[in-house]
Design a protein around this ligand. Structure first.
Ligand code: GLU
Length: 557
């Protein structure tokens, strides 16, 4: 550590006298009082307006780790790069997280709100905090002002390219690194624009190891770049700001995508130079997709599913997306789910050790399957609430129909729900309109086309007979007895087994008769339990539709 008078003089020339000290910051942000072993995780996006699937994967990991250990998960906005900023960038992210129930109690909690004792949680509001640590680095000889202009740096990069040297500001190429103190002071006094750079202690080619909680032991090459810590306007770079923040916000585990491993040598060095304890790193696998038989990274440009909002728009319940991410996170999740079908996701004994090390394959077909299971386990009231909330945003007509008669909609979603083999007919709320169209006159499109083997004359006669005996009050047994009852008169066998033993003697069997009634009432060949469907549809509409179908078949004679 330097601490010489020259460095102290340089620090005073660079920073105002009332710059707070790092010790003041340590007092302002004391270590957290948490149970032993509690982890503190953070999600620290740039406010680019939307959440990526990889981001959601990370946030879910953050949240589970904190929750399972009695710790804290918080959100910090990393908005130091004004070039990347978009209008309403924070709002979009916050809304996306809220849609998944993943907004934490601490940090950025809304587009304009923050909560917690370790704030502000937005980097652009933390200038004096960064300056405290930047000044100390200068006092210790670990950082220095650089007066190189953008043009000079460009020219240098070109020379480096021409000479085949590594690009960047390092070693002999770091021209301002060893400027004589008198020149530094003179140029500062003259008000020359300058950045502040790290005096990297790294050695070219020297290796070090760091243990990642997911990837295991990583052997990396030391950083040698004298990176910029503070830009000419005094705003820190992400690298510098995040190290100060993770330290002062008392982060124990840094969970982020494995594309950040490339920055790890610099981060490890920054923590060391700042005298901070290194957090534990958890670099999560990249989400991949399969295309034409090969795997590739999910791309923000090419794949709509790269943006988490897409799943909301399509009407996947948030729980389904999270459930699928859990299957990707831990290979034992599916077994756990089978053994604990009713358990909340938070009860899963999530473990970093079980996370896959390399790219995880995100498959929309698999998601569809997972989502069907998730919805099939929901209570009818929750299906109604989910579908209605989605419809209010994306299908106002459907919202009006569902909301117009809440109890009818819940009765409709209750059909074949519960029990050992619940119906799995919905994966997305945008399938409700089509799947349940026949319950709503406004959506219902009659289509009485008979399957092969049933003649329109027979269908007309069966429906006529059925109308004569139909009673909406019949319980299921009475209802089925009546269907069987009308078979024989029209040459259909009331018993499937008997029919199979002697098919030549019959026009069809009781199943075909049900098909004719099902078609008449719903215009579908497949529906949930027909008796229940007819109960929900109501006597008047059932009669009207059966009569309409009968007439249509009779006209085909
Ligand atoms: N702000 C960084 C980003 O935009 C986060 C990197 C980190 O988590 O350390 O993704």
């Amino acid at each position: 550590m330097c601490k010489c008078l020259r460095c102290a003089e340089l620090a005073s020339a660079l920073f105002p006298i009332d710059t707070p000290s790092p010790e003041e910051m340590e007092t302002r942000y004391p270590p957290r009082t948490l149970p032993e072993g509690a982890t503190v995780t953070r999600f620290s996006p740039s406010p680019t307006g939307f959440l990526h699937l990889g981001g959601l994967f990370g946030v879910l990991t953050d949240q589970l780790m904190a929750q399972r250990s009695g710790g804290v998960y918080y959100i910090r906005m990393e908005d130091t790069d004004k070039k990347r900023e978009v209008a309403n960038g924070v709002r979009g992210l916050v809304d996306d997280l809220a849609a998944y129930g993943l907004l934490p109690q601490e940090g950025v909690t809304g587009a304009e709100t923050e909560a917690g004792a370790y704030g502000p949680y937005t980097q652009s509001k933390r200038a004096e905090i960064y300056h405290a640590f930047a000044k100390r680095l200068v006092e210790e000889g670990k950082a220095y002002p650089c007066f190189c202009t953008a043009e000079e740096l460009d020219a240098q990069r070109e020379t480096q390219a021409a000479e085949g040297a590594n690009k960047g500001y390092y070693g002999a190429w770091a021209r301002c690194r060893d400027l004589p103190p008198a020149e530094q002071l003179r140029r500062l006094a003259a008000g020359e624009p300058h950045t502040l750079r790290l005096r990297s202690p790294g050695e070219e080619g020297r290796k070090f190891t760091v243990t990642d909680q997911i990837k295991g032991k990583l052997e990396l090459t030391e950083n040698t770049m004298d990176v910029v810590l503070l830009k000419a306007n005094g705003i820190p770079t992400y690298h510098f700001a995040h190290a100060v923040d993770d330290h002062l916000m008392r982060t124990t585990h840094v969970v982020r995508g494995d594309e950040w491993i490339a920055s790890l040598p610099l981060h490890v060095q920054l923590f060391a130079q700042l005298g901070f304890t290194l957090p534990k790193y958890c670099h999560t696998p990249t989400l991949m997709k399969e295309e034409d038989g090969s795997k590739r990274k999910i791309s923000k440009r090419k794949d709509p599913e790269a943006a988490v909002r897409w799943f909301v728009e399509q009407g996947y319940p948030g729980e389904s997306v999270l459930e699928y991410l859990l299957t990707l996170m831990n290979s034992n999740f599916e077994d756990w789910r089978r053994a604990n079908p009713a358990a909340a996701q938070g009860e899963f004994p999530f473990s970093l050790k079980k996370m896959s090390v390399s790219g995880a394959l995100f498959d929309l077909v698999k998601l569809e399957d997972v989502s069907k299971n998730v919805i099939s386990r929901m209570a009818a009231e929750d299906v109604f609430a989910g579908a209605l909330a989605w419809a209010k945003a994306y299908d106002p007509t459907l919202a009006e129909l569902l909301g117009g008669d809440r109890s009818a909609a819940i009765a409709m979603f209750s059909i074949d729900r519960g029990g050992k083999k619940p119906r799995k007919d919905l994966a997305r709320w945008n399938q409700v309109r089509d799947t349940y169209a026949y319950f709503y006159d406004a959506l219902y499109r009659p289509d009485f086309a008979l399957p092969e083997g049933i003649a329109p004359t027979d269908a007309a006669a069966l429906l006529e007979d059925y109308l004569a005996v139909y009673d909406a009050q019949d319980d299921k047994d009475a209802w089925f007895a009546k269907i069987k009852g009308i078979c024989a008169a029209q040459g259909f066998c009331p018993d499937v087994k008997a029919y199979k033993a002697d098919p030549a003697s019959w026009k069809g069997h009781v199943g075909d008769v049900s098909t004719v009634i099902r078609l008449a009432v719903t215009s579908r060949l497949n529906t949930p339990d027909l008796w229940a469907v007819m109960r929900v549809t109501g006597a008047e509409r059932v009669r009207g539709r059966i009569e309409a179908a009968r007439r249509a078949y009779a006209a085909q004679k």
